[in-house]
Design a protein around this ligand. Structure first.
Ligand code: SF4
Length: 244
């Protein structure tokens, strides 16, 4: 048995009981509804998801909707980059990369309109995971971490099963939560992106991306930077609590 089997078991068990909708948190119910009801809101937030709190990223589509009264890629398509930048400038809370975000938004909008007739869900419907990933990687600013995360979210939220999902090469998307938990567990030697990816592979060699959501949720809900709630944490029985 692998040294990390107890950790893997605990994470996979937690994955079966935690609410998957927690992976797309937003600041108000209206923003959550928009993400779930509007496929372009979902995929544009995925593409913007870098370097900022998840609650801000998943609320950005709703804040834009409030400004313009719609979230329709066909109508955004006619906007220039400077007009899109103005939309982002007026956000009360902004993505971290303020210059890159409008370009990312314009890019995913153009792809949805020109290649998928304005229907974002066509990016993943009846397509292979490799094709979806290729599409997402063609969006400005989207790397393999976001593309992998998007595939996992699409499977969870849209009940799509990709037959060719390359689980072996699906890593976690390292962020402050997953890196901290993997370090405290005693699997990652430091709080570092590459070390976190390697640590997740050690825990779950056949599909390390499978533990991304549970690690992230445990980091948010129990393994706080200060005063972690170890007594009630789902990883309580198998954690080395490094650094505490
Ligand atoms: S047991 Fe404590 S240190 Fe370990 S993951 Fe849970 S909250 Fe973090």
């Amino acid at each position: 048995m692998s040294l990390y089997q107890p950790i893997l078991n605990a994470l996979l068990h937690y994955k079966t009981i935690f609410d998957q909708e927690e992976l797309t948190p937003a600041k108000c119910p209206e923003a959550v509804n928009l993400i779930h009801e509007n496929s372009f809101a979902f995929i544009s937030a995925c593409c913007l998801d870098r370097g900022t709190k998840a609650e801000i990223i998943w609320t950005i589509p709703y804040w834009i909707f409030q400004q313009v009264g719609h979230y329709d890629p066909l109508r955004f398509y006619s906007l220039s980059l400077s007009q899109i930048s103005s939309l982002f400038d007026r956000l009360s809370q902004k993505p971290r990369y303020t210059n890159a975000a409008p370009r990312t938004f314009q890019d995913i909008c153009r792809i949805v309109v020109e290649d998928f007739s304005g229907h974002a869900e066509k990016i993943w419907k009846n397509r292979s995971a490799m094709d979806v990933k290729r599409t997402l990687l063609s969006v400005y600013g989207v790397g393999s971490g976001i593309a992998n995360m998007s595939l996992v979210l699409i499977e969870g939220l849209y009940q799509i099963t990709f037959s060719d999902l390359d689980y072996k090469n699906m890593d976690i998307k390292p962020d402050v939560h997953t890196m901290r938990v993997l370090y405290r567990l005693g699997v990652s030697p430091s709080v570092n992106e590459m070390e976190a990816i390697l640590a997740a592979r050690r825990i779950s060699p056949s599909y390390s991306g499978a533990i991304d959501g549970p690690l992230w949720s445990i980091g948010r809900n129990w393994c706080h930077p200060a005063n972690p709630q170890c007594a009630s944490c789902p990883l309580n029985s198998c954690c080395e609590r490094i650094g505490l």
